[in-house]
Design a protein around this ligand. Structure first.
Ligand SMILES: [Zn+2]
Length: 418
């Protein structure tokens, strides 16, 4: 067992690696936070504005979600970090007793401001540059070496995020795991810009550690909040490895990163390779979170290459458009063929939706635009992805990871073509 834990006794943050997939960087483990433990690998559902849209936190716990991730940018604008601080932190505010994450806001500040549509897990063969940077969209964010100035997408008001502001906001939000403020680039930025941006992110990471150390001391009456450094470097091996080496070596007045976020633009075809470059440089006793990844094939590749936790809005976003997961791939429940399917969406699925309602009922709810449609479809999709990653963990522990992968993926992606 290899254990890493933060220096002071009251911190209660640690990671223990349990089992490795033979011959790979993939592993199972356990993250300990002040609000409970997370068995890894684990999928962390996203509640952007401190709510998984249309679903009760109690239902998220019931469907097996071990933690939730909220968005610092959105909560900063509404209701404001002071409100969450006064409420006793994100978990208490939304009645979620388990572990919580917040991202740094860096991705949203830049993506909502500049107008990127897709950044994470892009399939290079599939996209055109106008899908990445929307020309018609007003440029709402400007980056300089000190931080980012941006216009609120809600009311047009001007704001400025620096590494220090991001740390102050995230400490007020009170999540168990926070991310350092970084610049998220795209695959379309030049190599020269990627180099410059990576150095900027490294300098911001140092400033985040200093401010995080100061706030941890000033707010020692609060539960310890862990800070993850975010690795960028786009598709370049040397930059990805350098980011991992640089950020894992940082130590500002005895404050180090507790874990790492694997971020930025990742071409789908080389996702595993890029994740492997980073994780092979990172210490084994600290957890790694792969940001914004939630497609089944990407999750297998991420787990195999040493990522421990994942988050993505896709399961709930797709559910609201009537796209639901089955073992034979994603299907649209609004399709006429489900009108008389009085069995569940997936036979044998243990989710609340499938154990109580038929596909025909869900089809009807979507057809009549009832709110319950989103609730029931989201519960099924989140359960499907949470359970998939839980099964990967169980198969790692039983030395049967590849048997499970070879059983799941061909059926999910190819059977419907037959
Ligand atoms: Zn189900």
């Amino acid at each position: 067992m290899k254990t890493g834990s933060h220096a002071t006794a009251a911190t209660a943050f640690a990671f223990t690696q349990k089992k490795q997939i033979a011959g790979t960087l993939g592993r199972s483990g356990e993250i300990t936070t002040p609000h409970g433990t997370i068995q890894t690998p684990a999928f962390i559902p996203v509640g952007t504005k401190a709510t998984v849209k249309s679903v009760l936190p109690e239902s998220m716990a019931q469907l097996g979600s071990q933690a939730l991730l909220a968005n610092a940018y959105h909560l900063y604008l509404q209701p404001g970090p002071d409100i969450l601080d006064e409420a006793g932190g994100l978990g208490r505010f939304m009645n979620w007793p388990g572990p919580t994450f917040t991202d740094s806001g860096g991705f949203q500040v830049l993506s909502l401001g500049v107008g990127f549509k897709k950044v994470i897990s892009m399939d290079e063969e599939m996209f055109r540059s106008d899908e990445v940077i929307a020309d018609h969209k007003e440029r709402l964010a400007h980056v300089d070496d000190d931080g980012v100035t941006f216009k609120s997408h809600l009311d047009g008001s001007m704001h400025r995020f620096t590494p220090e502001v991001s740390m102050q906001v995230q400490h007020q939000l009170g999540a168990d795991i926070m991310f350092a403020f970084d610049e998220c680039t795209t695959l379309h930025n030049t190599r020269k810009y990627q180099e410059k941006s990576l150095e900027r992110t490294r300098l911001w990471a140092k400033r985040c550690l200093v401010e995080h150390g100061r706030l941890t001391q000033a707010r020692s009456h609060r539960p310890y909040q862990a800070l993850f450094g975010v690795l960028q470097g786009a598709q370049y091996e040397d930059l990805r490895r350098k980011a991992a080496q640089d950020l894992s070596a940082l130590n500002e007045e005895s404050v180090e990163f507790d874990g790492f976020g694997l971020g930025g633009a990742l071409d789908k075809a080389s996702l595993g390779t890029i994740v492997g470059w980073m994780t092979s440089e990172l210490p084994v006793n600290k957890p790694r979170h792969l940001l914004g990844i939630g497609e089944p094939d990407d999750l297998f590749v991420g787990v195999e290459n040493g990522a421990d936790t994942f988050d993505c809005v896709a399961p709930s976003r797709q559910a609201r458009t009537s796209a639901v997961f089955t073992l034979d791939g994603r299907v649209n429940i609004s399709n006429a063929k489900y009108r008389r399917q009085f069995s569940p969406i997936v036979d044998g699925c243990d989710c609340y939706t499938c154990t109580h309602y038929s596909a025909a009922y869900l089809h009807h709810l979507f057809a009549s635009k009832e709110m319950l449609a989103s609730t029931l479809a989201t519960i099924h999709n989140e359960r499907f992805i949470v359970r998939l990653v839980d099964q990967m963990r169980e198969h790692i522990n039983a030395d049967t990871f590849y048997e499970f992968k070879n059983e799941f993926l061909p059926r999910f992606y190819f059977k419907r073509l037959a």
